[in-house]
Ligand binder design. Structure first.
Ligand code: SF4
Length: 187
């Protein structure tokens, strides 16, 4: 059985145990107090998958969004979607967190922060982001080079090794798998 992840731990978890696609959504949400629909869906389902409860999810999104909007607007326009992700609204399906393949192939427009950064970020942005996190320039070069050649999931695996300072060489096909493998190493 999966353990419950409290939202208070998301900032620290995002540094090591989130793949870059989710780390950047988390950081964007903290910075802008908002995410567009594609980001809310991709990140919201990931959070559900790692063990954030519906109640905590509602609190998490509400705390950020109400920094820039009235509570009433959040409740009317956004809370539904959070409950929807947990199968509590609409067709009440139990929606699964997205796979890498789905995220890599998702359409991404201007201003969107969802998708796979190895596929959707331009090379210099990706490089600057990783250097800005303080990773070894040689490792960053390798990640960016793999991404540039279209080896998105291998780039993600190299990022995993860089972040964990270990040569794991993981085959990555799901952001939630990334999270679980990271937690195994850290715990
Ligand atoms: Fe996310 Fe998968 Fe891309 Fe890694 S390869 S950043 S887990 S979508």
């Amino acid at each position: 059985t999966k353990s419950v992840v409290p939202i208070e731990s998301l900032d620290s978890l995002s540094l090591k145990s989130f793949p870059l696609c989710m780390r950047q959504l988390h950081e964007q949400l903290r910075m802008a107090h908002h995410l567009k629909h594609g980001g809310r869906l991709q990140y919201g389902l990931f959070l559900k998958g790692i063990g954030v409860t519906l109640e905590d999810s509602l609190r998490f999104w509400r705390d950020e969004f109400t920094k820039i909007m009235e509570l009433d607007k959040f409740e009317k326009q956004y809370a539904y979607n959070v409950r929807y992700n947990y199968g509590k609204e609409g067709s009440k399906r139990n929606y699964s967190p997205f796979t890498c393949l789905k995220i890599i192939n998702t359409p991404v427009g201007p201003g969107d922060c969802h998708g796979c950064p190895y596929r959707h970020c331009d090379t210099s942005n990706l490089k600057n982001k990783l250097l800005g996190y303080g990773y070894d320039p040689q490792a960053v070069h390798e990640v960016v080079d793999l991404a540039k050649k279209g080896h998105y999931q291998i780039a993600c695996s190299k990022y995993f090794d860089t972040v964990h300072n270990e040569d794991v060489g993981l085959g990555i096909n799901h952001p939630n798998q990334y999270f679980e493998e990271s937690q195994k190493i850290i715990k």
